[in-house]
Each structure stands twice: as structure tokens, then as C-alpha cells.
Design a binder for this molecule. Structure first.
Ligand code: UD1
Length: 437
């Protein structure tokens, strides 16, 4: 906890209006790394993950896996997980409340060991975010589940002691829900069909690792995933896909500062919805196999054009890019509507952007952003992970100094963000405040 507590105190100081220029390397995807790490629980043989991002959520899940009895070793961007000696089956409230993706251990523990006890995540800054679909799906696979004392207590109730395949249709598209069910079904008896499955690239990446481990999966990347369970899975080596949200954040920062940035190690095929919107805003985009270049140093009006977006499941515009894209709209020419359809309370950054001089009206799930020629630096507070990234984009474009407090939210999901931005020419500095100061 010491490192976490230290990070709680850190702030980011940004002096804005420096155009970003140059090349930056994308890290591996946080939202792929977490399910892939959880999948290592499905086998007694080691799983080796390359391109692992170095960030707090990965450290939190490593800690959780160790508390279950797994060995987790990180060397650079390689993470080796050996779950041979796992003999605990509980994810405590202390861990789950800091990172709700901890619920991803539920499916694998249940499938391999026949039992799991995982804390309910509780509320979070961006809304209620229940896990009822994870529970319902696992029940359909034969698990006996009760919720008591704030914990999901699950046991396999079938005569063979293994989960059994089932046809599951989730009530809504859920990313970690789909992943939990895929992992559980991989070791179940018989065939599982997941309908209304999430199509995110991170789900596809998980299917890719599971297949390397010996799982039989078809249909990943579509809304119908078919899994034929096998009695056991083996170890595997896998390279994590690029973090499309980190990539998108750099592209928004480049556009907001009217810069010229190339992001290396990206997968343009995962960014279609965002790239379309960035082009609409006036950016020149070029792509190669593993890079994306955004040029905004010669915008016709000297400013991006206002562009409306509506967040939806993949392949639509990602909710995790909403705050950063709103920041671009804050300094755009014209007015845009930003509609959030995935989470109920994901406009916490709006009042902070207003402190920077943005003109934004909220009406339920929609914001109307009227672009202003210039934002002005101020002291602001990060409220959740992607909201923090939105504030960074806005601060980079603003005139004068912005101090962003509570950047532990940012550290949860971005690998060395200020170091990467500084290399692109940003005036950005982490202010470390010692605990108790
Ligand atoms: C994942 C991502 C997160 C992203 C989100 C939406 C990870 C680790 N996190 O979160 O960054 O913002 O997808 O793209 O991959 N819901 C229920 N019941 C459930 C499950 C979900 O009601 O059992 C609702 C949620 O409250 C939300 C919607 O479904 O309104 C989508 O949530 P979901 O896709 O599950 O988000 P996460 O997997 O938690």
C-alpha cells in the first residue's frame, strides 16, 4: 500500500500550449493484460505475457494472484505467472474495491478449483457497475452462488465437480462479463454459447491466449462465442495487444496542441471509430501496420472542428475515450454533443474542464460543448482514470499552468504517461508530495 499511498499525494504540473511533436511508443493494453493475467489461473503450467504495461492495476492484480498462492515475476515488460501452487480462492474487499477488474479471477478459480470467494466491487466513481451478469452466467454453467457478507461465494454444484456448458445470453454487452464466462467455459464439460458477447479487441486477445493454452473457442470478435470445454489447459506465451486507449489519448493530445505525433506499436485496425472522428475534426491521419501519425499543425481554421460523438460498445466510439475527446472539443471551432450510453455517471470531468474555461452544459446523458478559442490553466482534480486523461489533454492545450491533483487515478492505467509526453515536448512534471506533508 505504501506506493499507492505515495501516489495518492502526487500531482501533475502542466504548462500548456506546447505543440506535441515526435514519436511515442504505445504500451500493452491494460484491459487485455488484466484478463490475460487472470487466465493464468486456469492452468498449473506457467503463462508468460510479453508487452505487459507497467501500471498500478497490473501491480494490484499481481498482488491478488500472489495472495492466492501464484508466483508472479515481472522482468521489464515480461510477466511470468505460475499458478501451480494456488491454494487460496478469495479476492478480498481491500483489493477489489481499488480495482473492480479483480472480479476476473472468479471464473477461472471456479472452473479450475470448484470454488471462489470474491468481494462485490461496490459503487465506483462512474456509476453502479453491477456484476449480476457474471453471476447469472456462472450459475447457468452450474455454479452454486450466494452473496453473503459482501462476498460472492461460488461453488461448482455438478456431480462431476466441473462446470457444464450452457447457452448464455447476457442482458447487456459486458466486456469483463464476457471474459469471465469465456474463461470458466474453457474448462467446463461440453459446449457453451455466449450470445450478446462483447466484441472488443481485448476479448479477442483473451481468446487468442486461451487457444494457445489448449482451449477450443470460435467466434471471438463477433457477438456469438462458442466454446467447447476441455479437461485441462497448458501454459503458453503471448504478446499483449497495444493499448488502444493510450494510443487514442496521445492522438487527442496531439490534435488539441496542434502537433504532429506518430504513435508506434499501435494497431490502427482497433481505432477505426476514433480515427474517423479525428479526421472529421480536421486532423490528417496516416497509418502503417503498427503505427498511426496525426498531423494537426496546419488546421484550416487554426483549431479543430467540433465533432459530436456517442459512446457505444466496440466497434463504436469507446466510452474510455469520451473524456479525452471532449477535451479536444473544448477548444474546437463550433459546438458538439457528447452522448454517453455505457455508464450512468461518466461526466465527472465536466466541472473540472469548466474550471479550465470550457463551456459545457450537461443534460442527462448528453453534454453540449461549445468550443472556446483558448482554455486557461487552473487547479483541478482527477476523479477517475479516463477523466484524468481528459484533464491532461485539456491542460496540454490550455494557456498557463494547470495542477492536476489525485493522479493516482491516472497511474492506475497509464504507463509512464508524463515521461512519454515530456519526450514529445510537453512541459509536464510530477510533483511528489511526501505523505503527511
Ligand atoms: C470494461 C473496461 C472499461 C470500459 C468498459 C466499457 C476492463 C478491465 N475494463 O469494464 O475500461 O470502460 O469495459 O467498455 O476491461 N453491467 C451490468 N451488469 C454486469 C456487467 C455490466 O449492469 O454484470 C453494465 C455496467 O454497469 C455498464 C455496462 O454494463 O453500464 C458495460 O459494462 P462492462 O462492459 O461490464 O464494463 P467492464 O467490463 O467493467
Amino acid at each position: 500500500m505504501a506506493a499507492g499511498f505515495q501516489a495518492v499525494m502526487d500531482k501533475l504540473k502542466i504548462i500548456g500550449q506546447r505543440a506535441l511533436h515526435g514519436t511515442v511508443q504505445a504500451s500493452g493494453a491494460k484491459n487485455a493484460a488484466l484478463p490475460l493475467m487472470a487466465a493464468a489461473l486456469l492452468t498449473a503450467e506457467p503463462v508468460l505475457l510479453h508487452n505487459t504495461p507497467q501500471l498500478m492495476d497490473v501491480r494490484t492484480l499481481s498482488k491478488l494472484l500472489r495472495s492466492l498462492g501464484a508466483q508472479v515475476e515481472q522482468q521489464g515488460d515480461a510477466l511470468r505467472i505460475d499458478a501451480a501452487a494456488v491454494d487460496h480462492y478469495e479476492a478480498s474487499y481491500d483489493l477489489v474495491k481499488t480495482m473492480r477488474a479483480s472480479v476476473l479471477v472468479l471464473g477461472p478459480l471456479l472452473a479450475r478449483f470448484g470454488q471462489a470467494r470474491v468481494s462485490l466491487p461496490g459503487g465506483c466513481a462512474i456509476g453502479a457497475r453491477p456484476v449480476d451478469q457474471h453471476i447469472k452466467g456462472l450459475q447457468a454453467l452450474g455454479a452454486d452462488i450466494v452473496v453473503e457478507h459482501g462476498y460472492i461465494v461460488a461453488r461448482v454444484a455438478t456431480p462431476s465437480g466441473r462446470l457444464r456448458g450452457a447457452h448464455i445470453t447476457t442482458d447487456m454487452v459486458t466486456v469483463t462479463g464476457t471474459e469471465n464466462l469465456m474463461m470458466a467455459a474453457a474448462l467446463a464439460e461440453g459446449e457453451t454459447l455466449i450470445d450478446n458477447a462483447a466484441r472488443e479487441p481485448e476479448v479477442v486477445d483473451l481468446a487468442c491466449l486461451l487457444r494457445r493454452m489448449g482451449a477450443q473457442i470460435r467466434g471471438e470478435g463477433t457477438s456469438q462465442i462458442r466454446i467447447t470445454g476441455v479437461p485441462r489447459l497448458r501454459g503458453a506465451t503471448h504478446r499483449i495487444i497495444p493499448d488502444r486507449i493510450e494510443v487514442g489519448t496521445f492522438l487527442c493530445a496531439a490534435l488539441a496542441t496542434r502537433g504532429d505525433v506518430t504513435v508506434q506499436g499501435a494497431d490502427p485496425a482497433h481505432q477505426d471509430a476514433l480515427l474517423d472522428k479525428l479526421r472529421e475534426a480536421g486532423a490528417q491521419i496516416t497509418t502503417g501496420d503498427d503505427w498511426i501519425r496525426l498531423r494537426a499543425d496546419a488546421l484550416p481554421a487554426g483549431r479543430p472542428r467540433a465533432v459530436s460523438v456517442r459512446t457505444t460498445e466496440y466497434p463504436g466510439f469507446a466510452t474510455d475515450m469520451q473524456a479525452q475527446f471532449m477535451a479536444v472539443n473544448c477548444i474546437a471551432d463550433g459546438a458538439a454533443r457528447i452522448t454517453e450510453t455505457i455508464f450512468e455517471n461518466r461526466f465527472m470531468h465536466v466541472q473540472e474542464l469548466v474550471r479550465l474555461g470550457a463551456q459545457i452544459d450537461i443534460d442527462g446523458h448528453t453534454c453540449v460543448v461549445r468550443g472556446v478559442p483558448q482554455l486557461s490553466g487552473a487547479n483541478v482534480m482527477a476523479t477517475d482514470l479516463r477523466a484524468s486523461a481528459g484533464l491532461v489533454v485539456a491542460a496540454l492545450a490550455a494557456e498557463g499552468q494547470t495542477l492536476i491533483d489525485r493522479i493516482y487515478h491516472l497511474d492506475r492505467g497509464y504507463d509512464a504517461m508524463e515521461v512519454k509526453l515530456r519526450a514529445l515536448g510537453a512541459d509536464i512534471e510530477r510533483i511528489k508530495t511526501s505523505p503527511g506533508a
